[in-house]
Design a protein around this ligand. Sequence first.
Ligand code: B12
Ligand code: SF4
Length: 467
Amino acid sequence: MRILLVWPSQPHIISPPHMKVIQEGLGHLPPIGLICLATWLRERSEHQAEVLDALLEGMSPEEVARHAVATGAQAVGLSGMTHTWMDCLLLARAIRAAAPQLPIILGGPHATLFPMESLEHSEVDYVVVGDGEVPLTSLLDRLAQGREDTDGLPGVLRRGDPAGSRYVHPDMADLPIPDRSLTPWRRYASVVSRRPPTTVVMSSRGCPYRCSFCSTAGGKKFRANPAHRVVDELEHCVGLGIREFLFFDELFTFDRSRVLEICRQIRERGLDVFWDVRSRVDRVDPEMLRAMAAAGCQRVQYGIESGTERVLGLYTKDMTPEQARQAVRWTREAGISTYADFMIGAPGETREEILETLRFAHSLDLDFVHFSITMLLPRTRLYAQALRQGLLARDVWREYVLEPTEDFHPPYWEEVLDASELEALLRQAIGSFYFSPRFLWRSLASLRSPGELLRKARAGLKLALGL
Ligand code: B12
Ligand code: SF4
């Protein structure tokens, strides 16, 4: 069968106001999940897949539907997050209207978290829950036989089926290297790119930690590609002309010996690459960071979240502010840039605690910071707590999935401070960082071209005016 795999445009994305303001300047990253699927189908099945990044191409739902018809697609697969669910649904409707016979299959983090609710919409024929490679192949095999049922198919559901469990691919090393040339790889870069084009790598999936605000879409079990396979993937991309990599693993540094081996092999193979990773502050050490720096690591992004032990405890982050301070220091000493995420608006968090977090963030000498208001994300323990305690009267996310509306506001914990007070504190936090003389000076010193200066200045100005 011939399947069109689409990453939809996102005009209705649920995003905090300050992110919407700067969205345009953030650049585009490849839809790596769809690239993984298309590569798998090409190498392990008779089916053919096309990946269409409608967000990158700026294509409307109607344009995508026309493209599906014009290219003779026999099925369409859509990927998305709950935050982009409304756009997935509008796209599914446009495809149904243009080609009613085409089966529409939904996969990705949203489908995994809300399979049954998504199937309530008649435009969605099948959902794939979890890793998509094997489920999608078996579904296409079945559709090719002219069958529509899902009996015995792993991770695939259709309307009327009982709820099923997520499909977990048994061995990550068995997955082929995603072929970036299936997408316009030269056009991908992010605002923090140093040597575009940039690509995304997922060298592991899953995270065993228990932060209450996180939905750990990759599952609780850490599953990783062995070091040689990770470096093979980098080498493959270098062959194509890509030298900059964003590792989007939930927890790249979980397995210390794997990280050291990846670094050793990058050096041994003489790969001239730039990369950045996400980590916890308690899963790094000076030796590991030095090895990472020597192998081209440019930046480590830490989820520090708060400067107070009480709030970190509320989030069950299982780390302390002191560990954060130490990790940032070690990272800087290794010559790697630091990027930290902070959140404001935890259960019971007071203005004073938020200001303490702000002071803490300033005291760390970070290169980049990102502040956000704690969003009560669907299917998280924090969200369940808000429902249990009556802070939220209704399951607003479920209602949204059943009937998405443009004016949906993601829920915050508004017990002590309400949304407008939190937003004012967020503006203060962002402003105090990005307009501080130290930060401005550092940004200017790290600029590489007038174009970059222009892009960053535009994003900064929009932030200042938009907020
Ligand atoms: C990379 C990433 C991003 C990148 C996206 C870049 C890109 N173009 O892909 C960036 C940094 C831009 C990003 C931003 C955001 N993200 Co994000 N992000 C992730 C992250 C870390 C990895 C996703 C990924 O690439 N996984 C690797 C691939 C291989 O897995 P996958 O995409 O899930 O695909 C597999 C399966 O899901 C399935 N599949 C996927 N699509 C399809 C389609 C079909 C048809 C089928 C059959 C199967 C299938 O098969 C694939 C292969 O096995 C996840 C966490 C996670 N581990 O999933 C969060 C995550 C997806 N992000 C999340 C959120 C909330 C956001 C933001 C909305 C945050 C914000 N408030 O601003 C923004 C949205 C911005 C935007 N414009 O899209 C949430 C979504 C939760 C939800 N309920 O949907 C997640 C799950 C994080 C979390 N734990 O809460 N994100
Ligand atoms: S926030 Fe990070 S460390 Fe915590 S559970 Fe989620 S992925 Fe794991």
